[in-house]
Design a binder for this molecule. Structure first.
Ligand code: KG4
Ligand code: ZN
Length: 331
């Protein structure tokens, strides 16, 4: 089954063609990051305008790279939410139009299901499975007893981990998006600044706003005392605490739910500390581990097409009254 996946929930316009949920044929991702960097974050109105401008071009380029025509596509998978409403609507209207024109099924895909299923493009998913979802908007542990069954074990009580990376980067004057910059600097520094491990309790929940405040306080404190902040060391200290906090809860969930496979999903799955940490943890526990290729960690159409295949197997097909949702529970 050949599915065209469309993703436009934030600042990437992307289309991809994937066969049977596992085999990528072609993917085009047009990022607006350079535009939004000028504002220190994504500006929703600007993002939706660019989606409108880019969507047709991205679709045509994807078909061209795949050496395919729309007649060869069996279904359209669309990321209907959560995300920025104006951005989502552009992808949704394109998806509905194509499904109507070519008389093929329209498959609704939750954006986080997409991030999870980016892993199906890397390795076969084995169940029961634990998904660690870490992105700019989410930090969640999700238990899956089988395909397309999602049970949330815990999540962040305040900031998402990617959001915290971006804010800490701003404090350190590193610009937007801060995640990749902090990750790079962390590899060059020593974890010499003491920072508290957030929400060091027995739940599967996370909390990052206290850690963010601790970094801000540390930076102000050093500034007042005229001591220069060593950015590399701050990045290394911050990343160490984030990884420790994530690993602690992940290990607890592995033990409690006797999972066979752990996957990492979302933009922050690109983080070297998290990738290596979870991989080592799974080796120690002698269970399967997978993480998407770097280009499939941030938002892309391939993950939507992959998830769409498994959603379709469960009979999930949308009518033309499908609407975009800025917020929606993964189920
Ligand atoms: O999944 P994503 O593309 O968008 C959302 O759905 O939120 O994730 C974007 C987030 C940003 O906060 C970005 O700073 C973070 O992922 N990120 C990273 C890394 N690469 C991207 N955070 C830490 N380390 C990285 N290497
Ligand atoms: Zn995302």
């Amino acid at each position: 089954m050949t599915i065209l996946g469309i993703e436009s929930s934030c600042d990437e316009t992307s289309c991809s063609i994937v066969k049977d949920g596992t085999e990528e044929i072609a993917t085009v991702i047009l990022s607006q990051i350079d535009i939004h960097t000028n504002y220190g974050g994504v500006v929703p109105e600007i993002a939706s305008r660019h989606h409108v401008k880019n969507i047709t071009m991205v679709l045509e380029e994807t078909l061209k790279q795949a050496h395919m025509t729309m007649e060869e596509i069996d279904a359209i998978a669309i990321a209907y939410g959560p995300g920025l409403i104006g951005s989502l609507l552009v992808g949704l209207e394109a998806a509905k139009t194509l499904a109507y024109l070519y008389d093929i099924p329209l498959i609704p895909v939750h954006h986080i299901a997409g991030h999870i299923y980016a892993n199906a493009l890397a390795k076969e998913m084995k169940f029961p499975l634990l998904a660690l979802v870490v992105s700019g908007g989410h930090t969640e542990l999700i238990y899956m007893k089988e395909h397309y069954s999602f049970e949330k074990l815990g999540g962040t009580l305040d900031d998402a981990v990617g959001e915290c990376y971006d804010k800490v980067a701003r404090v350190a004057g590193l610009g937007y998006p801060g995640g990749p910059k902090i990750d790079h600097l962390a590899g060059l520094g020593e974890a010499s600044y003491p920072l508290p491990i957030p929400l060091n309790d027995d739940s599967y929940d996370f909390s990052f706003s206290g850690l963010k405040s601790a970094v801000i306080n540390l930076s102000h404190n050093l500034e007042q005392r005229g001591i220069p902040l060593i950015k590399e060391d701050l990045a290394a200290s911050f990343q160490k605490v984030v990884v420790e906090s994530i690993l602690k809860k992940t290990e607890k969930a592995i033990d409690r739910w006797k999972v066979e496979h752990v996957i990492v999903a979302g933009g922050v799955a690109a983080n070297s500390g998290i990738r290596d940490g979870v991989k080592n943890l799974c080796e120690r526990k002698q269970i399967g581990f997978s993480v998407p290729e770097l280009r499939f960690c941030t938002d892309n159409g391939a993950m939507i097409a992959a998830a769409g295949y498994f959603a379709y197997q469960q009979g999930r097909i949308a009518d033309f009254d499908l609407n975009s949702k800025s917020n929606d529970t993964l189920r």
